[in-house]
Ligand binder design. Structure first.
Ligand code: PA5
Length: 441
C-alpha cells in the first residue's frame, strides 16, 4: 500500500543509518507491542485496528445513520486530539468543500476548538433554524474551549426541542468511567461513546472520537479500519525492510545531523488538515525535554510561490517529507488555438503529468539547495489508503519518540497555559498564582 523512497536523503545521513539504530528500533517496537515502554499505559492504539470494540463500532454506525436522518447539521465539539483527526479525515476523503457539496449527509461544523467570539457567533448563525445534532468530544470533560461551546449549543438544542428532544440529539464521547462530561451524560441520558483509557487524544482518530463524525459524513469506516489493520499487520514485522523503521531511523539521523524542522508537503489541497493532525501527533509526542523536530507543513504547489523561497535558500534547518497520492480521476489540458500563454506543448497531457513533473523538479531543486527529501507514495485517496497512512504515522511516531528517549505519550507542556489562564480568569484555588502572574504583566 505504501512506498517509501529515501534515495534523496543520500549524502545527508550515514549509509548505516538503519543498521546503527536496529537494536534501538527492535527495543522500541517491542515496547510498543507489549506496552512496556515509557507511557506504555497509552499504547492501546497499537492493536486498535484489530482489537477495537465491535459492539461500539456497530453503535457508531447506527448513531451516524440516526444523525443523518434527523439532522441537517452536525456540530462536532472538541479540541486537539478530540478534534483534529475527524476534521483531517473528513477534509481528505470528502473535501474541504464538503459543506458546500450537494449531498444526502448533514453539513458538519467543528466548534469548541478555540475561543473566538466572532467564530462562535458565526457558527450560531450558520446553524440557523436548521435541525441539528451535537457530538461533544472530551476525554476529561473539563477542557475550557469545548465546555464553553457545549453550554451554548446544549442550551440552543433544549430551547428548540425541549429537554427530551435535545437528549435525542446529543452524543457524548468521553471517558468510560470518570469526568465531568461522563457525569453529565449519565445524568441526562445522552448516548455515550468511549475514549479508551489506553489511547491518548492525538492517537484517538480510529476510536469513536474520530469515527462517529467521519461516519456521519458518509465515509466507509469499516474500510478505514481495514486500511489501518493492513498497516498494523505489515508494520509489526520488524527489520530493515519495514518502512516505519526506515523512516524513523532516517528522521532520527537527520535530527542528529542538525536538522530542526520536518516539513510535511503534499500536492493535494484536501490534505491541509491531515497535516494539522500530523503536526499535533509529532509535536506533542516528540517536543519535550528540550528535544524534538519542529513539525511544519506546506501545501504544494501553492506554497512554492510563497514558502518556496525560504525552503530553497533560507536557514538549512529542515528536511521535507512529501506525501503523494495517485490521482482519483483524469483531466486533460485543453488546446488554445492562439497559444497566448505558450503552453500548447502541454495540450492533451493529463494535469497529473504536470503535477508529477512539478513534484520531481521541486524535490531535485530542494535537495540541491540542501533540503533532504523523503517521499511517501500511496494509491488514490480512499478510506483504506487514509487508514493505512494514519496508522503508519502513529507507528513511526511511537518508534521515533523511543529513539529520542522521550515519553511519546504524555504532554506535560500543554498544562502550563491552562494553569495561567485559570489563574487569570479567577478560578477558585488559583488566587496566589493570579497575584504572582498579574505582578509580572
Ligand atoms: O492530545 C491530547 O491529549 C490533547 O490534544 C487533548 O486531546 C485536548 O487537550 C482535549 O482534551 P479533552 O479531550 O480532555 O477535552
Amino acid at each position: 500500500m505504501l512506498k517509501l523512497n529515501l534515495s534523496k536523503l543520500n549524502g545527508f545521513i550515514p549509509q548505516d543509518c538503519l543498521p546503527a539504530r536496529q537494536e534501538a528500533l527492535a527495543k522500541a517496537a517491542a515496547m510498543l507491542a507489549d506496552h512496556s515502554g515509557p507511557g506504555g499505559d497509552f499504547t492501546g492504539w497499537v492493536a486498535l485496528p484489530r482489537d477495537y470494540d465491535k459492539e461500539e463500532f456497530a453503535r457508531i454506525q447506527a448513531a451516524a445513520k440516526k444523525i443523518r436522518k434527523q439532522s441537517q447539521v452536525l456540530l462536532v465539539i472538541g479540541i486537539g486530539g478530540s478534534y483534529l483527526g475527524a476534521r483531517a479525515v473528513i477534509d481528505l476523503l470528502c473535501s474541504p468543500n464538503y459543506n458546500l457539496k450537494k449531498k444526502d449527509t448533514p453539513d458538519i461544523y467543528f466548534a469548541g476548538n478555540g475561543l473566538s467570539t466572532d467564530s462562535l457567533l458565526e457558527l450560531m448563525e450558520l446553524v440557523g433554524d436548521r435541525d441539528f445534532s451535537v457530538n461533544i468530544i472530551s476525554k476529561s470533560g473539563t477542557t475550557t474551549e469545548p465546555a464553553v461551546a457545549f453550554r451554548i449549543f446544549k442550551n440552543m438544542l433544549e430551547e428548540r426541542y425541549g429537554k427530551e428532544g435535545a437528549r435525542e440529539r446529543i452524543y457524548a464521547t468521553t471517558d468510560k468511567a470518570r469526568g465531568a462530561l461522563k457525569g453529565l451524560a449519565d445524568a441526562e441520558g445522552y448516548e455515550e461513546f468511549v475514549v479508551p483509557d489506553d489511547v491518548g487524544g492525538r492517537y484517538s482518530v480510529l476510536t469513536a472520537v474520530g469515527l462517529l463524525p467521519i461516519a456521519v459524513a458518509g465515509v466507509d469506516i469499516q474500510a478505514l479500519m481495514g486500511g489501518a489493520r493492513q498497516a498494523m499487520d505489515e508494520l509489526a514485522q520488524g527489520g530493515p525492510d519495514n518502512p516505519a523503521w526506515q523512516y524513523a531511523a532516517a528522521r532520527h539521523a537527520l535530527y542528529q545531523s542538525g536538522k530542526k524542522v520536518e516539513l510535511l508537503a503534499c500536492y493535494e489541497p484536501p490534505f491541509r488538515f491531515f497535516a494539522e493532525w500530523w503536526k499535533q501527533l509529532f509535536g506533542e509526542s516528540e517536543g519535550k525535554e528540550g528535544k524534538g523536530l519542529f513539525p511544519a507543513s506546506v501545501e504544494f504547489t501553492a506554497d512554492l510561490h510563497s514558502m518556496g523561497q525560504y525552503i530553497q535558500e533560507g536557514e538549512r534547518i529542515m528536511f521535507e517529507t512529501v506525501v503523494k497520492f495517485a490521482p482519483r480521476g483524469e483531466f486533460l489540458i485543453p488546446n488554445d488555438p492562439d497559444n497566448v500563454d505558450g503552453l500548447n506543448f502541454l495540450s492533451g497531457k493529463p494535469l497529473a503529468f504536470v503535477a508529477e513533473q512539478a513534484m520531481r523538479g521541486t524535490i531535485l531543486a530542494h535537495v540541491d539547495g540542501g533540503v533532504p527529501n523523503a517521499l511517501i507514495e500511496l494509491p488514490a485517496i480512499s478510506p483504506a489508503s487514509v487508514g493505512y497512512l494514519i496508522y503508519f504515522f502513529e507507528y513511526v511516531c511511537g518508534l521515533s519518540g523511543y529513539l529520542l528517549e522521550v515519553n511519546p505519550f504524555d504532554q506535560p507542556g500543554v498544562e502550563a497555559y491552562k494553569k495561567n489562564m485559570f489563574a487569570l480568569l479567577g478560578k477558585p484555588g488559583y488566587e496566589e498564582m493570579k497575584a504572582a502572574l498579574e505582578a509580572k504583566l
